[in-house]
Write a protein of this length. Structure first.
Ligand SMILES: Nc1ncnc2c1ncn2[C@@H]1O[C@H](COP(=O)(O)OP(=O)(O)OP(=O)(O)O)[C@@H](O)[C@H]1O
Ligand SMILES: [Mg+2]
Length: 386
């Protein structure tokens, strides 16, 4: 398998070792590899960048950080081949590397033949994957704490996005008792629990049979409806599921609930945008600040701050203070309307399908991702007294 056209990254803080790898690679007549001297430089690669085929990482300089980067790279570009190089073959580290998504573990000094074989396998994977590019965008909704309105916003956002002409999919990633089926009034035959149970043999056809459809046409996988139905899942399972959904839908809207790391890193690495949903109270804002900072550090996704139940006319904390406290500007604000939201939940009628100040914001959030002009707020009628 020709290895000439592989685009290769070499990532490692130890210059001498990096140069040894580059020199070895050049013996194999590959194009000049790109060198990154700090693990953190992968941040400069665009999220979802698939313009590299092989990434070689120095495991010894900082094994934990290296493993985190291996995981990020392999989730962002599942068809790329991630390899690590190390002085010794440590069975425990080898296991962790493989779990994080590395496909090859090379020891120094590099053996010519083994490197050639590893490059040939990478070239074969690249050929196999040609034409299988995932295109759907992953939009994650994450609560700064419980009960801030993630499910309400994500569910309605997905309904409207689908209605705006973009094929949308709603994935409820709440591992315990997801609520999207209740909010939409659907009676699913399969939930996330069934999908994850079959994750290893999941393909397009099997997934299609497990999808639930709402009257509005929105396709979804609701969260489990039994306690303890999903204990945990592996990052690889979620990447596979998201990859299959990306092949079929333009947008995958994820209700991630609250608690970021419970769901693993994969969906964040694959995400295009993460909407951090918060309310304007001190604990929620404190958490939002922590999440925004974390996301800006580890995820390549855009981060958007959504303020729910916010009264712009009588704010308890004004927007400038919120932006300063969270460390990011407020992108969207939804007013509080307890009656409307409660009625929508109790009747399972998505509130975004009728006119209201909340639905206008949700519609505009959806229009923004479709690249459509935002709709203005209706003019308030002037009332003349007397
Ligand atoms: N804009 C709003 N105005 C008034 N009430 C709202 C608004 N948004 C959400 N709520 C109310 O807040 C409560 C929590 O909403 P929701 O279930 O969407 O939050 P969540 O973040 O998904 O919660 P959980 O952490 O339990 O998953 C609900 O009772 C809902 O009625
Ligand atoms: Mg919820």
């Amino acid at each position: 398998m020709p290895t000439r056209n592989l685009n290769i990254l070499v990532i490692g803080p130890d210059k001498e070792r990096r140069q040894e790898i580059v020199a070895e690679l050049l013996h194999h007549r590959v194009a000049a590899p790109i060198e990154l001297e700090a693990y953190s430089q992968i941040r400069n690669l665009a999220a979802g960048a698939k313009d590299w085929n092989v990434a070689l990482l120095d495991l010894d300089s900082d094994p934990d950080l290296c493993l985190a980067v291996v995981q990020t790279l392999s989730s962002r570009n599942p068809m790329g081949t991630v390899m690590v190089y190390a002085k010794h073959r440590d069975p425990e580290l080898l296991m962790r590397c493989m779990r994080a998504g590395a496909r090859e573990y090379l020891t120094l000094p590099i053996d010519h033949r083994l490197l050639q074989e590893a490059l040939s396998r990478a070239a074969a994977r690249r050929t196999e994957s040609a034409g299988l590019e995932n295109t759907g965008k992953i939009l994650v909704f994450l609560g700064s704490k419980g009960g801030v309105g993630v499910s309400t916003i994500a569910t309605n956002f997905a309904v409207v996005l689908n209605q705006e002409g973009a094929s949308a999919f709603l994935l409820d990633l709440n591992l315990e008792l997801g609520e999207t089926s209740l909010l939409l009034g659907v009676n699913p035959q399969f939930t996330l629990a069934d999908v994850l149970e079959n994750a290893r043999r999941l393909d397009r056809e099997l997934l299609e049979g497990m999808i639930t459809r709402h009257d509005s046409g929105l396709a979804l996988i609701p969260g489990p409806d039994a306690v303890g139905a999903v204990q945990a899942f592996e990052n690889g399972d979620l990447s596979r599921l998201l990859g299959l959904l990306q092949d079929q839908f333009s947008f995958i809207v994820v209700d991630a609930g609250h608690g970021l790391l419970r769901n693993g890193q994969a969906f964040l690495d694959m995400a295009d945008t993460v909407y951090v949903v918060t309310q304007a109270d001190v604990p929620a804002l404190r958490n939002a600040q922590r999440y925004v900072k974390h996301l800006q550090r580890v995820a390549g996704a855009k981060v958007r701050l959504v303020l729910n139940r916010y009264d712009v006319r009588k704010p308890e904390i004004d927007e400038d203070h919120i932006a300063k406290a969270v460390g990011a500007p407020v992108d969207w604000r939804l007013p509080s309307d307890y009656q409307l939201v409660r009625r929508s939940h109790n009747t399972a009628a998505p509130l975004a399908l009728a006119d209201s100040p909340i639905s206008l914001v949700i519609r505009n959030m959806a229009r923004e991702v479709c690249g459509k002009p935002l709709q203005p707020a209706p003019k308030r009628r002037l009332r003349f007294l007397g």
